[in-house]
Design a protein around this ligand. Structure first.
Ligand code: M6R
Length: 368
């Protein structure tokens, strides 16, 4: 049942190329247009939307943070991302022109369910991104994009997260198509890039042993920091959550630019810092990330850098380098999170923890 793997989680990590491919299947029609079968909102309803609020918990919340970068960039519609547990207690401003997007792998998370009930009472449309057919959240939503990860059994979400990212990109591109903020050729080009991701994830997985060796060298570590920028920032948060959940060690993710505003005080000799390095591009993200890495290194941190193939400029600053395939910055989370999942899974295994059933956690959290 675990396909020869020791844990469901590891099996699910290795299923990710297929899960991503399945979640893209049938969405890109021959005429170049995107189609989302379960998008029960009309083009006119979508054109009327002038604000999006994404609500979710845990790993699904981090998928929402990535979605914000993609939706705002491709559609110019403002996006807020909010923890479902906070949403209805702050009297959020909602009306019929607000689209609320609920992201939930299980479709049963109580905080998220209560949040969408609140949104619908305020006349907002609710779209669910969900992996579980017929579960409560999609049943109570106006529209749904199902992810096709297959059942996720490990308590730590892995393939659920990657397929949520895919659904978020699809939603962003579909909105861009309907609202006319991006044109056919560009959308088709991004779809082609997405369609190449399963092979790129497989390439990352084929080098799992390198990550495992690195993880096993950290069994005595008590604290790890994760740094990222732009779409790599939620990846840093997710990498840290995986480590907390599975290895029970203190782990925190930061936006690299925020370091000097406080967190750099945590850095001491030998502290492992995992850095998600953005692809080189015309923006200054890459250079800015390198200066953040230099700052922590100058204070004794040991840097483990995830950087794209061919990026030699990172070499002087990396104590350890994990190579990523070359993909655009907005899509980089799909490949960058995979080594972090492998790292947490292997480190927890080496520490003797139960990876599939971490202490104090349940697969779906059905109480508020
Ligand atoms: O089923 P959901 O996506 O609504 O679950 C949300 C969180 O409870 C979930 O992502 C949790 O953080 C996982 N244990 C993360 O690995």
């Amino acid at each position: 049942e675990k396909d020869g793997h020791d844990w469901f989680m590891r099996k699910e990590i290795f299923e990710q190329p297929r899960a991503v491919a399945d979640s893209l299947l049938g969405r890109h029609a021959r005429n170049g247009l995107l189609q989302l079968d379960e998008m029960r909102l009309s083009d006119q309803e979508l054109r009327d939307i002038d604000k999006i609020i994404i609500i979710a918990c845990g790993t699904s919340f981090y998928a929402g943070l990535v979605a914000k970068y993609a939706i705002e960039h491709w559609t110019r519609v403002p996006v807020e991302v909010e923890l479902a547990s906070e949403f209805r207690y702050r009297d959020p401003i909602l009306d019929y022109s607000t689209l609320v997007v609920a992201i939930s792998q299980s479709g049963e998370t109580a905080d998220t369910l209560q949040a969408i009930r609140h949104a619908r009472l305020q006349r907002s449309k609710v779209l669910a991104i969900c992996n579980t057919n017929g579960s409560t959240i999609p049943r109570e939503s106006d529209a749904v994009i199902y992810t096709h990860a297959g059942p996720e059994i490990g308590v730590a979400s892995t393939k659920g997260f990657l397929t949520q990212l895919v659904a978020c990109y699809l939603l962003a591109l579909y909105l861009a198509q309907v609202k006319g903020t991006r044109y056919g050729d560009e959308i088709s080009e991004i779809m082609r890039q997405l369609e190449s991701i399963p092979d790129q994830i497989a390439a990352v997985l084929s080098r799992a042993d390198e990550v495992y060796e690195l993880a096993r060298a950290h069994v005595d570590t008590r604290s790890v920091l994760f740094l990222g920028r732009h779409a790599g920032y939620p990846v840093a948060l997710e990498g840290a959550l995986k480590l907390k959940e599975l290895a029970y060690i203190h782990a925190e993710g930061f936006a690299a630019g925020e370091l000097k505003h406080g967190p750099i005080a945590l850095v001491e000799e030998g502290l492992p810092v995992l850095c998600v390095v953005p692809p080189r591009g015309r923006d200054q993200l890459h250079e800015k990330m390198i200066s953040g890495i230099q700052e922590v290194r100058a204070r004794g941190a040991r840097t483990i850098c995830l950087a794209e193939e061919g990026d030699t400029s990172i070499e002087p600053y990396a104590d350890h380098l994990i190579r990523l395939p070359r993909v655009p910055v907005l899509l980089q989370p799909l490949v960058a999170v995979v080594p972090l999942q492998l790292f947490a899974c292997e480190l927890a295994t080496a520490m003797g923890h139960d990876v599939d059933q971490p202490r104090n956690l349940a697969k779906s959290v059905t109480v508020e």
